[in-house]
Ligand binder design. Sequence first.
Ligand code: PEP
Ligand code: MN
Length: 342
Amino acid sequence: MIIVMKHGSTEQQIAEISRTLKSLGLGVHISEGTERTIIGVIGDKQLLRDIPLEIMPGVEKLVPIVESYKLAGRTFKPEKSLIDVNGVKIGGSEIVIMAGPCSVESREQIMEAAASVRKAGAKFLRGGAYKPRTSPYSFQGLEEDGLKLLKEASEATGLLIISEVTSEHTVDIVDRYVDMFQIGARNVQNFQLLKEIGRSRKPVLFKRGPSTTIDEWLNAAEYIMSGGNYNVVLCERGIRTFETSTRNTLDISAVPVIRNISHLPVFVDPSHSAGKAYLVPSLSMAAIAAGADGLIIEVHPDPIHAMSDAAQQITPDVFDSLCSDISRIAPILGRKFEGSVK
Ligand code: PEP
Ligand code: MN
């Protein structure tokens, strides 16, 4: 249920309602909109049967939330969320691009990747240090050494860092180095990990699983948000279908669907959707046209020799020309993208 407060309700009135709800053991989530404040109440409604909430000072009305996800939905927060990651705002008019290799492999590789993606217009450097590989015999990532290299590359270029956290046991280590957590497709319903990330306030890019419905995905996001971390950016990265010519099928309609039912920003990962480098520019353009807030793209200085996902990583040159195409379509769509820093 949500409690819609009257326009002009006071901080004391909101605090009084919060106190009443918390004293009953209910979860209280406050969304301060430009027009009015909304209080999300999570827990057993029966506990409220003797509390005359509708007549408490400042209350306009009580509205039930019919969706199974509560905090991720538009009922709780009608305005779109703007998520600030150390100065870069996600969810506004700017198209935000995150780019870099699938895995951090060496100092030379990550430095070269960072310099080239920054020049083309990326704001974040991506790179996996803990790799969730399908086979245990494949490269598993450089772990903390990889995170240290990402930090070095960030210091050299000013790029923000995003890297995947694969287990609740490594949240603290990853937290020390990154500006934003990435939760990968395989962990979309790793509820222990989601609860741990919910205790943090650090922004998280939360990928859809290859077989999760949008409803399941938003319910999973709810695990993070109900812990108090509202800094969630969703990321569509392709789902499993009968089609075999692509690694996954990019569910482009997920972008407008999410925008309709959720206030959370939505990204697209064209690389894992496609699985093939030549498809990445087209899928990126389609994602921006569909209204994505940004993209996360795999870029490698030498894709043929990449230690993971070689077939889908694009070269710095292709990335550069993709970024200049995006900077040309952005104004037509009422968006901003600075593109190349030359
Ligand atoms: C990745 O970003 O390298 C990755 C493993 O992606 P996903 O979780 O979407 O498969
Ligand atoms: Mn990858």
